[in-house]
Design a protein around this ligand. Structure first.
Ligand SMILES: Nc1ncnc2c1ncn2[C@@H]1O[C@H](COP(=O)(O)OP(=O)(O)OP(=O)(O)O)[C@@H](O)[C@H]1O
Length: 251
């Protein structure tokens, strides 16, 4: 499989009131085209920091996020889905979805905004909610809007930071299935952070486990099970328990 980006020896420390807080201590791994990579590790090891570095919200002290193909110019686009959906409460669902496109330096004509929003509302099973406000939607629906908003800019990479952790078990599974379907339909590469070993085995092609802070990559597990994955399948359970063992050993 071709890599779409590589982390090469990424280091990052925070400086807080004179104290240095080293977070990432030389993170290196590849992410391949159309892959779902789950990043896991003990609390505070720097998982969100890594996502924020990809998204440009944070700058690494050293190291490189190398993008491929290297010679084609322009950089990969990435969009983020946050745990708390981060929708604008005063904007309709439609306006939330097209928000990023309206800010884009390449002006997107209103007609195209509408077409893209309609396609995304349909993709995320939100047809008919275009004019609703976020408070009129359930938690799962709000998180779907958040995914639709991220996909609106047609990102090469979808970044998700504990996207489903605030949802109940049933809604969580529904959204995990949707994430898999969306990956298949849009061919987007997905990098997601989760604390939930079952979610990681259900979704991921590979699971990257970070050590305790200051973190390095301690293990990379390949999940070679066919979809739809069955959480009571012995191989599923074995991998889930392996993750718990590996992370416990690191915290
Ligand atoms: N803006 C900041 N200023 C100072 N320290 C920070 C800042 N952001 C994060 N940190 C520290 O850097 C470390 C890594 O934080 P980060 O949020 O990336 O970890 P995480 O693995 O995502 O945590 P969790 O699993 O608990 O969500 C933590 O010790 C955190 O306290």
């Amino acid at each position: 499989m071709n890599p779409v980006l590589s982390f090469v020896n990424i280091k990052k420390a925070y400086h807080d009131e004179g104290e240095i807080c080293p977070a990432l201590d030389g993170i290196s791994f590849d992410v391949c085209v159309n892959e779902i990579v789950c990043i896991m590790g003990p609390s505070g090891c720097g998982k969100s920091t890594l996502l924020r570095i990809i998204n440009g919200l944070e700058k690494a002290d050293s190291g490189t996020v190398r993008e491929y193909p290297e010679n084609e110019g322009g950089s990969l686009s990435a969009a983020m889905v946050f745990q708390d959906h981060a929708l604008f409460p005063w904007l309709t669902i439609y306006e939330n979805i097209v928000y990023g496109l309206r800010l884009s330096s390449h002006r997107v004509p209103e007609e195209e905004l509408k077409e893209r929003a309609e396609a995304l509302l349909s993709l995320t099973h939100l047809d008919g909610f275009s004019d609703s406000l976020p408070h009129q939607l359930s938690g799962g629906m709000k998180q779907r809007v958040s995914v639709a908003r991220a996909l609106a800019i047609r990102p090469d990479i979808l970044l998700m930071d504990e996207p489903f952790s605030a949802l109940d078990t049933f809604t969580r599974r529904e959204l995990e299935d949707e994430a898999l379907r969306i990956r298949k339909e849009t061919k987007t590469t997905v990098i997601t952070v989760t604390h939930n070993p079952e979610e990681a085995v259900y979704l991921a092609d590979r699971i990257v486990i970070l050590s305790e802070r200051p973190s390095v990559v301690s293990d990379i597990l390949t999940v070679d099970l066919p979809h739809p994955r069955n959480p009571v399948n012995p191989d599923f359970i074995r991998l889930r328990e392996e993750i718990i063992r590996l992370i416990r050993g690191k915290s």
